[in-house]
Every structure is written in structure tokens, then in C-alpha cells.
Design a protein around this ligand. Sequence first.
Ligand SMILES: Cc1ncc(COP(=O)(O)O)c(C=O)c1O
Length: 449
Amino acid sequence: MSHILYRENIGRALPVAVAGDGPYLIDAAGKRYIDASSGAAVSCLGHSNEPVRKAIRDQVDRLAFAHTRFFTTEAAERLADDLVDGAPGELTKVWLTCGGSEAVEAALKLTRQYFVESGQPQKKFIIARRQGYHGNTFGALSASGNIWRRRPFEPMLINSMQHIAPCFAYRYKGADESAEAYGLRMANELEAKILELGPANVAAFIAETVVGATLGAVTATAGYFKRIREICDQHGVLLILDEIMCGMGRTGTRYACEQEGIAPDMLTVAKGLGAGYLPIGALLVAEKIHRAIERGSNIVMHGHTFTGHPVACAAALATQNEIRAHDLLSNVRRQGEALHAALNDRFGSHPNVGDIRGRGLFMALEFVADRRSKQPFDPALKINAKIKDAGMDNGLICYPAGGIVDGKSGDHVMLAPPFIINASHIAEIVDKLGRTVDTVLRDVLVKAA
Ligand SMILES: Cc1ncc(COP(=O)(O)O)c(C=O)c1O
């Protein structure tokens, strides 16, 4: 009997993963699974990258740990240099963390500290978007608009977080509205919320550049983020972009916001940063924020014991070197297009696939009971959970989730394969996903008839 508290299917044994081989994971029975979601958009180099493994071994042999109150390390310094090199706008400083939620917590606290130290202590509101996700710690969960994840904790969440609508054209654009007009209308919701709360009281707006698991690879319409940036500048509100899932190359550029033509004041990354070889995240910070704190208290009022862990930094730096050495961002763009085309071929006229969307190697299919009305399936049918289980049976790891519409109904499956995939991997993923979806829907629809 396992003593692990599993995150789902409590009491039901999971397969034991024992090895990795490129984009495949292998369980104790020798079964191979193609990792079409990189876990949760993590394992961008697949599961057996030798240069990253060697960098970890070398770093442990040289220096395993030095606390950041006393020392900096070469690994942390070089990783920070690497992250700011070519980063958008004025992002010149890096705060290192052990994962995504920690990076978001740091962003929220640094926002508050920045305004306290620059003489605007009344700024306390953070505006975020409904159905966005920023992490599971209390600050990050309070910022998150993921209804399902928030629900049990609602009475304990921080009430200086406010929410506006996401930019989600497939579900919410008016039939006669252009994509641009819809994007503008959604961005202007931010201005309305700032005016309602009073610009002097609003500290920051936080959003995922491309919405990840909660809505399933949802890109904003063209112009949305440009208008968001304008509104933030006009009202003295910081813009925090959460690229924990969509960043570090996943959409075909290192930072997803490069494709939106804007730069944030803070940017969070994690997941693919270290490709899963070790846990690591980072917060990139604009020079003006750093300068205000340097001129003020000259101390960041935040920190964790393992911040800037040298072995994790070495793993992340080696990951970034591998991405560059093999020009993997070009492969993300090329294979992303091929994956999109293959998904369109296989599911484009499927009666229960309402939308195929995404950017780079960050794609999703949204399932519907009826394509014309976009009516979701009854959540009691548990379509997304069944797809996950049937996928595993078929040797496919994909990332299904539910609750797109209202936290309960609306099913989708996300695909975020490693950056190293080729045409044969795409064929395998689409074939296995096709068989998985067909089996699950056939079963569900036959039972419902
Ligand atoms: C966009 C986004 N932000 C934050 C997080 C939280 O990151 P972590 O799970 O590493 O704490 C996630 C995790 O899925 C995420 O997708």
C-alpha cells in the first residue's frame, strides 16, 4: 500500500514511472507512454537529455548549496544573465524560485513593496482575469480566477484581488463583432475596473499571456495586450505577465509576449525553464522596480530557503543552452504548425470538437455536445477524466481538464509535447489521441442514448 497522498484518484494506484527516453516515459511494467503534454508543459527537452543531466552532476560535485543571504553562485549569476539577455523591455533583474506559485507570490509582494517604497502605499488592489490560473499558494490562488480551484478556499482568499473577464473569442466574441473590436472591449474592462476601484488604489494587473490549463491554450485577439499595456501606463498600474506555462519557448518565442509586441513590468516563468530536470522558476523584474527598492529600504522583503539553488540553476542554464544549440524554437514553430494541421485533419469536422486552438507547441481541443450552439457536455459524464485514463491505457500522456465554462462544465484536452518532437511523434500523438477520443465519446454517447 502506498503512503503517498496522491493528488487525484486517491486510493487508486498510479503506474510507477521508472525511466525516460526522449519524449517517452516508461513504467515499471515496461509500457511506453508518449508524453504529449510534457507532464504539464514542463519536460521541453524530453526525459533523457544528457547535457542537462551532466550539468546537474557537475554542479553537485562542485557545490550543492550556498544560502543566498551569504553567497551568490556562478550558476545563479549565469542563469540570471541568460534570462535577461534579449528579454523584452526593461526586464533587467531576476528573482529565482523553486516553481511557479513561488514566482507569482514574489511578484505580488514585490508589487506591494514597490508602491510602498515609492510613496504610494494606498495601492493595494491586484486585478486578474476570471478563469486564469496563477498557482496554488494563497496569494497566487487569490489572484487566480479558476473557479474550481478557488471554490473550497474562497472564504480564506485575499480580498484585495479583483477579477475581470478573460479574452476568449471562441466562447464570448459576439457573432457580429470583429476580433479586434472584441479584444478592445475586453481590454477596456480593465480600465472600467481601475476606474471603479480608483486608479490611486490599483497596484497591478496580472494575466497569462496565453491562458494555460484552465481554458486550454487561449491566445488573446490581436491588439488586446497593446491596449492593456496602454491602460496600465495611463493609470500607473504595473503589468505582470504570467508565462509559467506558456513561456520559455513553448509558443515559439522565448517569451510569449514577444508575439504580442509589448513588455510587462514583471514576468514569471517556471515549468520549461529547467525542463523538469529540477524544480525552478523565476520572476523577471523591470529596472524601475529594482531602482525604487534600491533607493528605498534596499532589501527585498521576501525570500525562501532554497531561492537560487545552484543545482537547479545549473540545470536551467543547461536547458537553455540545449534549446539554443539545437535551435529548438524553430522546431517548436515548425512542429507546431504540423501538429495544428494534423489535428485539423483528424478532428476538424468531428461533431464533438468545437475548437482547435493554440500557438507553437501549446495546443488544445475543446469538446462540445453540439458544435453549433457550443453547448458543453454534462460534467457528470466526466469526459475529460475519461480521456486522461483512456489516453494512459493507449500509451498517451495528454492534459485534459474541465470547467472552461463555469468551473464545472466544458471539457478540453491540452497538448504541449517536448520541443524535440518530429513528424513521426506527431503522427503517433494524433493517432493515439484520435483513438482515445473516439473510444471515450462512443462509450459516453451510447450510454446516454
Ligand atoms: C500559468 C500558471 N501560473 C502558475 C502556475 C503555478 O506553478 P507551480 O505549479 O509550479 O507552482 C501554473 C501551474 O500550472 C501555471 O500554469
